[in-house]
Design a protein around this ligand. Structure first.
Ligand SMILES: NC(=O)c1ccc[n+]([C@@H]2O[C@H](COP(=O)([O-])OP(=O)(O)OC[C@H]3O[C@@H](n4cnc5c(N)ncnc54)[C@H](OP(=O)(O)O)[C@@H]3O)[C@@H](O)[C@H]2O)c1
Length: 282
């Protein structure tokens, strides 16, 4: 049995669908089972982190999403070991880049702390370290729904966004196949795109002429990043600033592990990312 936390999320839902498609026994955890709408092959359970033992009953593997498990991550890992779980695949972050990263960055600290908890748990582990999700484009959805201009910082910020299903595909292989214990997988999309180019791509997909208008970073507030917890906003802006005009790290890990090349931003046109960006009225 594979237990998936964060199962209704961008990565988690794609992972549950992939595991079910491969006939793997899967238990998907969510705070709202009634709204989850998972494929019928998945068992669904309410995420009750104050009673973790029953969540892990019969489990051998765990997909760990630390946003969902929060400050109960340690308790969940203890319960996992007690229940007989052998292997944890953790959705971490490419912000951890040993020796090359800013160890004071709050997002780095958040993920590094959880990685250490996993290492300390005594369970076998695999860390997935994606760098920039394509779903981050959803930050622009509210503006795109009401007009053709998108305001934000760092027009030249350059990333290699990765499709959520490509992360899920790697997670599925790490959970199902042998050989991923102790591995750290750095995950990116296949090509660099600037903020301006992402807006243009979304415009092409929607059949609209979208324009990006740069806002000085000191004038950026939570309204432009509705999906980001306000406490994380300065950290996010700091990360963006570091990518402006810089060629991003690009890995081929998705293709190496899954046998399928990672999707580009434009080939993601039919993906969750762009569909969620569409105005409901279109
Ligand atoms: N965005 C990036 O560029 C980036 C880069 C590197 C790493 N990451 C990592 O990826 C994660 C995001 O993955 P994702 O996009 O798949 O997640 P997501 O869709 O934002 O959320 C996944 C699920 O977690 C549950 N959840 C969210 N907030 C919660 C909370 N406060 N308490 C309990 N449950 C909560 C929700 O499920 P229910 O409502 O069904 O319970 C949600 O559907 C981040 O946590 C970060 O660790 C992101």
């Amino acid at each position: 049995m594979i237990v998936v936390t964060g199962a209704t999320g961008n990565v988690g839902r794609a992972l549950v669908e992939r595991l079910v498609a491969e006939d793997q026994p899967v238990r998907a955890l969510t705070r709202n089972p009634g709204r989850a709408a998972f494929p019928s092959g998945a068992e669904v359970a309410r995420l009750e982190l104050d009673r973790p033992a029953h969540l892990l009953d019969g489990a051998t593997k765990l997909f760990l999403h630390i946003q969902a498990t929060g400050d109960r991550t340690g308790g969940l890992l203890d319960a996992a070991r007690a229940a007989g779980v052998r292997h944890v695949v953790m959705l971490s972050s490419g912000i951890i880049d040993e020796g090359a990263d800013d160890e004071t960055h709050p997002i780095r600290i958040w993920h590094a702390t959880a990685e250490q908890q996993v290492r300390d748990s005594g369970l076998e582990w695999t860390f997935l370290r994606p760098i920039s999700f394509a779903t981050n484009a959803l930050q622009w959805a509210p503006q795109i729904r009401v007009g053709d201009t998108v305001h934000g910082p760092f027009a030249e910020a350059c990333t290699a966004p990765i499709h959520e299903d490509d992360i899920a595909a790697v997670a599925a292989r790490a959970l199902i196949d042998r050989g991923h214990s102790g591995a750290v997988h750095r995950l990116t999309g296949p090509e660099p795109v600037t903020t301006t180019e992402q807006i243009t791509t979304i415009g092409h997909t929607l059949g609209r002429d979208l324009r990006f208008i740069e806002v000085p970073p000191d004038q950026v507030g939570p309204d432009l990043f509705p999906h980001v917890p306000p406490s994380m906003l300065q950290g996010i802006l700091k990360s963006f600033a570091a990518t402006a005009g810089v060629h991003p790290e690009i890995t081929t890990t998705v293709e190496t592990i899954t046998g399928t090349p990672a999707r580009t931003m434009s080939s993601s046109g039919s993906s969750v990312t762009i569909r969620k960006t569409l105005p409901a009225t279109l």
